[in-house]
Design a binder for this molecule. Structure first.
Ligand SMILES: *[C@@H]1O[C@H](CO)[C@@H](O)[C@H](O)[C@H]1NC(C)=O
Ligand SMILES: *[C@@H]1O[C@H](CO)[C@@H](O)[C@H](O)[C@H]1NC(C)=O
Ligand SMILES: *[C@@H]1O[C@H](CO)[C@@H](O)[C@H](O)[C@H]1NC(C)=O
Ligand SMILES: [Zn+2]
Length: 468
């Protein structure tokens, strides 16, 4: 695999040095338009520029396939965990593509990667776009990737059309959107958004193998200066807009045959850890009136979660007990300990918080009624939802219309780096359909036609925002 990768790099370098204009264009006939339209601002002739946009779908598909080979499990599955060798190689692949697109590259202490195309007024806050390339074990090759490789291709597409940005355009690769290794989701974007408790916690965070975050980051070439994770946070106003392109990870767009989803809000996730303790005992010897069964307390709480979520009366409220562990876990032993992890989300923060409060009350009441101890009720995270910015929604809608692509406004029920970027920048998201809504498994698939449409909408949106 490393041979394949270095061949690829050499080939690209050869193309780059032997013919600078071909570096971004291959043998694309659009090459000529680059000179013809250079310095031609897109807002002065929108329809012309939009119709001259051409996504290099073949290269983009090749890049998606190539990136998928940096995996710790066999194809078609992809496993790419933060700071592993495969993650480092994948990052190198992305930086190389950014370089070939003429972007200037910067990396921060946790490995968020920024590639900037400087605008004609570089002192103005830039327009950013991007996503993640880490992949949970045995997942697919499109989640996040479409928003990173697609963003670089959107830049290439704009460059080929002769577009020149006023505000700088920046592609961001976010570190560790998935919580796989250190249990923290959206690690990179959380830090960028200025979560100081996280910057502090990372200094003592270890993974499942007791490898510290700092050592792992160093092994990937990051965290070299005094473990200063506070330095990652962005100043408010660093960006005037952030737009993320992503597969829907749900079935709606495909089912309705709509190529573009425009996200108006991202649901607010919260997660809670709960533990009950009872006296346990022999499953035969301890009679029913004398028991305090920690397992039954957990079962009752799981049902209470469902009840409280349904009581909200909104289809947007959801709650899940995805982890329920019993100790000692023997058929002839009354559970003496139980451990639950609860995930609850809503697009309405207050409604979501009411559900959390009801779950807390139920946990106490159940413990009391059953004579068990509620030894832990820990809200691990309780993030606020994010609303897309009105002017970015308008830009995404206008872009879809100019490209003759129908669109649908929708809510993102999964969360993304955009949830955190919304704290420091006006935010918007573009969804594209994916096969049966599958994600986080090898069957995850989006057609290159649908990806290319998303890239076009992203390119036109970035162009509009850059000139605004
Ligand atoms: C984890 O590593 C630290 C530091 O190397 C060590 O002190 C600690 O005992 C280890 N913990 C476990 C559970 O292995
Ligand atoms: C691509 O999008 C179209 C809607 O424009 C949809 O009909 C088709 O099923 C999508 N393909 C995939 C693989 O999702
Ligand atoms: C969109 O459709 C209109 C009318 O059919 C056409 O004139 C225009 O060229 C199309 N634009 C694009 C980008 O395909
Ligand atoms: Zn993702």
């Amino acid at each position: 695999m490393s041979l394949k990768f270095s061949d690829f790099v050499l080939l690209l370098l050869f193309i780059c040095f032997s013919s600078p204009t071909l570096a971004h264009n291959g043998d694309d006939p659009i090459t000529r338009t680059m000179e013809e339209f250079s310095g031609y601002p897109i807002h002065e002739s929108h329809s012309h520029s939009v119709s001259s946009l051409s996504v290099d779908a073949r290269s983009l598909q090749k890049q998606i396939d190539e990136l998928a080979t940096f995996s710790d499990t066999p194809a078609p599955s992809v496993t790419r965990i933060l700071y592993t060798e495969k993650d480092v190689l994948a990052r190198r692949f992305i930086k190389n593509l950014m370089g070939l697109s003429g972007l200037s590259i910067r990396e921060d202490a946790v490995g968020n990667i920024f590639g900037r195309w400087e605008g004609s007024e570089p002192e103005l806050a830039a327009i950013a776009t991007g996503s993640h390339i880490d992949a949970i074990p045995y997942s697919g090759k499109y989640d996040g990737v479409v928003g990173v490789l697609g963003a670089i291709e959107a830049i290439n597409t704009l460059k080929r059309s002769g577009f020149k940005p006023k505000k700088s355009l920046e592609v961001i690769l976010f570190t560790s959107e998935e919580p796989t290794r250190f249990g923290i989701s959206c690690l990179g974007s959380r830090l960028l958004s200025g979560v100081e408790e996280l910057a502090k916690a990372l200094k003592t965070t270890v993974d499942g193998q007791n490898i510290s975050f700092i050592l792992a980051a160093r092994s990937a070439g990051y965290a070299e200066e005094k473990d200063d994770f506070y330095s990652v946070s962005l100043k408010k106003g660093s960006y005037s807009a952030f737009v993320e392109l992503h597969i829907e990870q749900g079935p709606i767009l495909e089912k309705e045959g709509i190529p573009i989803g425009i996200v108006t809000a991202i649901a607010a996730p919260a997660s809670i850890k709960v533990e009950f303790e009872g006296n346990g005992g022999h499953a035969g010897a301890v009679l029913m009136p004398n028991r305090n069964d920690a397992g039954l307390a957990a079962a009752e709480l799981a049902l209470a979660v469902e009840r409280h979520v349904l009581e909200s009366g909104s289809i947007d409220s959801v709650g899940t007990v995805g982890i329920l562990e019993l100790h000692p876990g023997a058929i002839n032993s009354i559970p003496s300990k139980s451990h639950l992890e609860i995930d609850t989300r809503d697009i309405d923060e207050e409604r979501r918080n009411i559900i959390i409060e009801k779950i807390r009350q139920s946990a106490s009441a159940i413990a009391k009624n059953r004579g068990v101890r509620l030894t832990e009720f820990k809200i691990v995270n309780q993030d606020p939802p994010a609303l897309s910015d009105k002017s970015i929604i308008e830009a995404m809608e206008a872009a879809s219309k100019e490209l003759n692509l129908t669109h649908k406004k929708m809510i993102s029920r999964a969360y993304h780096d955009s949830l955190f970027m919304a704290r420091v920048s006006p935010m918007g998201m573009i969804f594209i359909p994916c096969y049966k809504g599958y994600s986080h498994k090898p069957e995850e698939y989006a057609s290159i036609e649908n990806i290319s449409n998303g890239v076009k909408v992203l390119a036109v949106t970035l162009a509009k925002l850059s000139q605004g």
